[in-house]
Design a protein. Sequence first.
Length: 227
Amino acid sequence: MNKKIETGLLFVLLLLTACNGVEDLLNPKHPPELDERGVVVSQDQVMPRDTIMASIQATNPIEGPMQFEWHSDGGSFIPPADNDTVFWIAPLKGGLYHIWVIVSNDDGKKESPKKQINVISSSEPVVNILKPADGSYFVVTQQIEVQVSAEHENGVALVRLYVNDKLQAETDQQQNGVYRFNLTVNEDMVGKTVLKAEAVARNQLSGTGTDQITIFVGGIIPGGNEQ
């Protein structure tokens, strides 16, 4: 290449660089300012599927809105996740995970440091009785649909339903992680009755998890009055 052309290109490049520098001096950018604590969480050690709250304090040095873009390397955020405070659901598999956020305005963006969350490894399935609610009231002959959620990183082999510690039914059929049982209330359940769900992990020695609730049943007791 001709030396004069090379010199000319170099001069143009230097001129453009200088112009950008002058522009930055004349019109400085003011991205959001983040609190030095970074992301603050309600808990930094949780069990699988626990939900925690995460927040960031940010100040906008210019007029206008700020945008919040949350990220994690595992788990999931409960929508909407576009504000200064969000809720994060821990993954099923234990380990160390991180949450961070990018806050932006019309002048630029700022990324927070990553906040570490320890999800405790569990050899037991995570079990929750979704329905009926704890403390519900029923009467004899009434039909109850019992819904149980059960999860494990190896999968769930089956779920059992107990009534006052007596096995009533078991199933390996589920839809979206929910196992369903149909239960007819009988006279043996009059009064306070405990429903317990037990899930057995697949390919896991002694891998069982449980959840239980108490319901109340009214009915006719022989020799007595309606309870």
